[in-house]
Ligand binder design. Structure first.
Ligand code: SF4
Length: 441
């Protein structure tokens, strides 16, 4: 059975069904990009995602867990993209400078402006920085020149994070290795994060449905390195059908691989986005999100890998905040977990705080100690968690059977799911309209 093709088709149909609800059909693209504050974003710095045309992979039905391309803009409008960039610069103090939070990692020897704190930020379209359909080259240059000018005016280095598809990097290999754009990116200490998700073929190209051969990813990495742009990669934990322990092992295996390749990891923990197969499974009680303690255990093991058990500097890494959006997740790992017995909401809250502290301070040693203390304190019932995990392992079927079961659930529940999801969206839209009305009074 061609699982990838089937998952791609279902994902495509779900996205189409959403667009047909018309919720975003006539939406005028805002002059403000989607924004994440420092406490919500990839790292402890602000992130801006340009609204415009869809991520191309989204339109192809790839990436079963993702539905970031919710806004329906069929045609690229370069002026609208430019307007969003101008908005960021018009509000630079408030949106960027005041949103530098906690500790950031930038070696002094790399600094041009030795006595000032570098400015960290992300600005990218939803899918790929290097997609001319999402972010035309001339607008990219417009943005990068403006940002470099800002850095020079403020006499502060900038560390810019961009996100891209590996295939786009490979397609534009010659250009990336020698262009004015790459020169600007180098001056802005750019880090380019590629969608990768997992080194495991089944996880990456079937469960996540990334359509990404490993050799393409590796070629993209060497292209970026040759261009002097530091490569990073998103790694995903919590794919459908994986048990908690399998999800953890999958992420750790990917981190080992990236470490050898000299690529920094971005540790993503799966929340639930509406209009996706994982959401259908969760809504119909055929799947659960990861357990909060799985996230902490995974980060703990990941930090031990990155630091070679405390003997090396971890290098650069990011752990995006697993609670926020946009779009805001329908349900998230840490809060309001009515589906878990044996875990109190206060324990889940404390576990999240330990992670939030790591994000803010980047103090790996303190994080390791805090999580060990937490686990060893019987108040938090870590033992209960290990018993649940043992049971989950004992009861599991083989991976293929689990995926067949998922596909049967999707086939039987698809129509109901669309009806329920539409009704939920309509209720949310009504509540939002009421709020806007009230705040405009
Ligand atoms: S994960 Fe990234 S590449 Fe995939 S559909 Fe979402 S935005 Fe596009």
């Amino acid at each position: 059975m061609d699982y990838s093709r089937r998952i791609r088709q279902i994902t495509k149909n779900l996205r189409k069904a959403y667009y047909e609800t018309g919720t975003q059909e006539d939406r005028v693209i805002s002059t403000e990009p989607s924004q994440l504050t420092a406490k919500q974003g990839l790292g402890n710095f602000p992130a801006f995602y340009l609204e415009g045309t869809h991520c191309e992979k989204s339109d192809c039905g790839n990436c079963a867990n993702c539905f970031y391309s919710q806004y329906h803009s069929k045609e690229l409008n370069a002026e609208q993209i430019k307007a969003q960039i101008d908005y960021v610069f018009d509000h630079f103090d408030e949106l960027v400078l005041k949103e530098q939070y906690g500790k950031n990692d930038f070696p002094n020897e790399k600094k041009k402006y030795k006595n000032s704190k570098p400015i960290f930020m992300t600005l990218s379209p939803t899918g790929s920085f290097y997609s001319d359909k999402e972010f035309p080259k001339e607008v990219r240059l417009y943005f990068l020149k403006k940002l470099l000018k800002k850095s020079e005016e403020l006499k502060r280095d900038v560390v810019l994070h961009i996100e891209a598809h590996a295939k786009d990097v490979v397609k534009q290999k010659d250009y990336i290795q020698d262009s004015e754009e790459s020169e600007l990116l180098r001056k802005l200490n750019a880090k380019c994060i590629l969608g990768f998700e997992s080194v495991d073929e089944w996880s990456r190209n079937t469960l996540y449905n990334k359509d990404l051969p490993l050799d393409t990813f590796e070629e993209a990495i060497s292209t970026l390195k040759n261009a002097g742009i530091e490569p990073g990669a998103f790694v995903f934990c919590g794919l459908m059908t994986h048990t908690n322990l399998e999800a953890k092992e999958d992420m750790l295996q990917s981190i080992q691989y990236l470490k050898k390749l000299g690529v920094f990891p971005v540790l993503m923990f799966a929340n639930c986005q509406s209009w996706t197969i994982p959401d259908l499974l969760i809504q119909t009680k055929n799947a659960k999100l990861l357990e909060p303690y799985t996230v902490l255990d995974t980060v703990y093991d990941a930090m031990n890998i990155l630091t070679a058990n405390g003997t090396e500097d971890p290098g650069y890494y990011l752990v995006p905040e697993p609670v926020d959006g946009p779009p805001y997740p329908e349900s998230n790992i840490f809060f309001d977990r009515k589906d878990l017995t044996g875990l109190t909401s206060i324990d889940s809250y404390f576990a999240h705080e330990i992670l939030a502290d790591l994000r803010a301070t980047r103090d790996v040693t303190a994080f390791i100690k805090k999580w060990e203390r937490f686990r060893n304190n019987s108040v938090h019932n870590y033992k209960g968690y290990t018993i649940r995990m043992g049971k989950e392992e004992e009861e599991k079927e083989n991976l293929q059977t689990r995926l067949n079961n998922v596909l049967s659930v999707v086939a039987s529940q698809y129509k109901n799911y669309i009806v329920t999801r539409k009704a939920k969206d309509a209720l949310e839209a009504e509540a939002e309209a009421k709020e806007t009305y009230k705040s405009n009074l």
